[in-house]
Design a binder for this molecule. Structure first.
Ligand code: ADP
Ligand code: MG
Length: 608
């Protein structure tokens, strides 16, 4: 029998290879726009007809190409971006494989016009299905304009499987968002069938996000920033209250390249945990900047899967950074309690240090009418309280320090300068606490509020002490699969410290002899399975997860219930304590603790 292996003709090989890079019109748009970015353009115009099925035209004002380069650019593995394997570890450009133009040329009809600023005339090249139809000098603008028509004209199967125009256009829009977001300093214009869909002027990232996703998103954005020796993180995250039931806008970029990263996604989601009502998703726009040698972008032709050398360290940095930003911009609604005759108290985020009564220090030399800074040093630290200067309570000198009044006592707090007036509170149906705030009426769910307060208290305790386990009368058996039982074995000691007395009992079987008191122990199997699940999903500080769960269960078990009448002071204290919590808005299991009925809504009720 004769030999049967033969080399495929270039045109066929190119078509096969093209399939990997160009799956649909959106992939062509992505590749061409990325080329424009790599060419240093600061203005990129995208014209699409019929969701890219008829034509895609990209015009840039980048560096352009010489006539010879323009011709070579369509060869497979022709690139100006790397020249040796070593360069793979220092890639800062979007492209480097030299495959995009060759791929598009293999499956479409392309016309390219390109001119370098230093050249008198430009070059025009017409290529169809990898064959050059014509090539000639042309008068054109600096930069490159490329038109791709009849995508997949010679791959009918692929063309048939394109989705509706709406779907294909959605893919194109996604790609444009992914390149436009990390490049706010570049102007993008995007036309579809002559309608201008995006006009993204040069701006900063915050504006760019708002230009793309609408002005409303702006108010929900919390800035994120961290710089470590390994990675720099910048960008924005959405406030939890704007989280949506559908997946929000979630973007990771590394060195300005969009990437999918389910593992890092978890780092963000975990930071939000407990702040979000269940089943909702926050938005985030996070840009990582990292030494190119630390990542491998070469593992997938579309380059959206990226491997990180140090992914668990970066996981922790992302998680901590997001947590910190959420904490800083804590999620407390503007709690300007409307207290006539008393002072607004700057609410501190957390108790710290010992508890004592508030101090008010008066400075007899302080004259509120003199210029700032001209008095004694003291007046920078305290503001004067006294009947003759009562205005200063409302407009204290601006020292930039938000916590001038030491608000330390957690019982019986006295307001500086007079009687303790308390807030106006009203308990409704032995379930809700109502209190006026500047913007309307705040309604607090008493049980959930108390759960939140206790939860944070228990978490505090758990950080320092360990819990004594309560022995079960009837030790229960748990059976797990091999993977889970290995995992459980590895954390048995941690669990013991938290009051779970679990022992191994034969292959993949365990016995629960004791659990932390007050925990719902009816189904230890479920608790353990839940714990294991948490462990699997949170590689960092898994012990904290167990603690959270224990603290949450304890809080639930001991929180005051509905139907309990609260004294005015009790309700008042509950509010105060709630707002010293780190996360007052949501109960430990993510349910809403409070809501505000805006004044406007109340007014509307009277306008009928
Ligand atoms: P890669 O981007 O991976 O290098 P491409 O096939 O996308 O491969 O492009 C091949 C080469 O053509 C690029 O390396 C670049 O030198 C040149 N090129 C492509 N598009 C442009 C453009 N818009 N402006 C200037 N040069 C371009
Ligand atoms: Mg390219």
């Amino acid at each position: 029998m004769s030999d049967i292996i033969q080399l495929l003709p270039d045109s066929v090989a190119n078509q096969i290879a093209a399939g990997e890079v160009i799956q649909r019109p959106a992939s062509a748009v992505k590749e061409l726009v990325e080329n424009a970015l790599d060419a240093g353009a600061d203005e990129i115009v995208i014209y699409i007809k019929d969701a890219g099925k008829t034509s895609i035209k990209i015009v840039d004002n980048g560096c352009g190409m010489s006539p010879a380069d323009a011709r070579t650019a369509f060869e497979r593995h022709a690139t100006s971006k790397i020249s040796s394997a070593n360069d793979l570890f220092s890639i800062r450009t979007m492209g480097f494989r030299g495959e995009a133009l060759a791929s598009v040329a293999a499956i479409a009809d392309i016309e390219l016009r390109s001119k370098r600023p230093e050249d008198e005339v430009g070059i025009y090249i017409h290529i169809t299905g990898s064959a050059v139809i014509s090539q000639e000098p042309v008068a054109c603008n600096n930069g490159t304009a490329i038109i791709v028509k009849n995508l997949f004209f010679n791959v009918p199967a692929r063309r048939r499987f394109l989705k509706s125009n709406t779907t294909e256009l959605k893919h194109i829009i996604n790609e444009i968002q992914r390149v436009a977001l990390p490049n706010p300093d570049i102007r993008f214009l995007f036309y579809h069938n002559y309608a201008l869909l995006y006009d993204l002027g040069k701006s900063n990232m915050r504006r760019r996000i708002a230009d793309i996703f609408g002005k409303n998103i702006n108010q929900s954005l919390i800035p994120v920033g961290e710089e470590t020796s390994l990675v720099k993180i910048a960008g924005f995250i959405g406030q939890p209250k704007y989280a949506r039931k559908t997946m929000g806008e979630q973007f990771f970029f590394v060195n300005k390249r969009y990437m999918r990263h389910p593992y890092f996604h978890k780092a963000v989601m975990q930071a939000y945990e407990k702040l979000l009502p269940s089943d909702s998703f926050p938005s985030y726009f996070l840009m990582l900047d990292i030494e190119p040698g630390e990542i491998d972008i070469n593992i997938h032709p579309t380059k959206t899967e990226i491997k990180f050398e140090n992914d668990s360290a970066i996981w922790q940095i992302i998680n901590a950074t997001v947590r910190e930003s959420l904490g800083k911009h804590n999620v407390v609604p503007s709690i300007d309690f409307d207290m006539e005759g008393s002072v607004e108290i700057p609410i501190r985020k957390k108790y710290s240090g010992e508890i004592s009564f508030p101090e008010v220090v008066t400075d007899p030399d302080y004259n509120p009418f003199t210029e700032k800074g001209s008095g004694t040093g003291r007046q920078r630290e305290y503001f004067r309280v006294g009947a003759d200067h009562w205005e200063s309570l409302y407009n204290p000198p601006d020292t930039g320090d938000q916590s001038r009044i030491a608000f330390k006592g957690d019982e019986d707090q006295k307001m500086p300068g007079g009687e303790y007036t308390g807030k106006k509170v009203l308990q409704l149906k032995q379930k809700y606490i109502l209190t006026p705030v500047k913007s309307g009426i705040m309604v607090i769910d008493q049980k959930r509020a108390h759960e939140r307060i206790l939860y944070e208290k228990f978490m505090e305790i758990l950080k320092t002490e360990s819990i004594v386990s309560q022995q079960e009368l009837f030790p229960q058996k748990i059976e797990l699969d091999t993977a889970d039982s290995l995992l459980l074995k590895s954390i048995l000691d941690d669990l013991l410290a938290l009051g779970f007395d679990i022992r191994e009992f034969g292959t993949n079987t365990f016995v629960v002899n004791g659990t932390p008191g007050l925990l719902d122990t009816s189904t230890p199997q479920m608790i353990v399975e839940k714990l294991l699940e948490e462990y699997k999903n949170s590689p960092v500080d898994a012990q904290a997860k167990v603690r959270e769960q224990v603290a949450g269960s304890l809080a639930k078990a001991s929180a005051l219930d509905y139907g309990i009448e609260l004294k005015r002071e009790e309700a008042d204290r509950l509010i105060d304590k709630l707002f010293t919590c780190e996360t007052p808005n949501y109960s430990p299991d993510g349910k809403k603790v409070l809501t505000i009925i805006p004044l406007g809504d109340i007014e509307k009720l009277f306008n009928i």
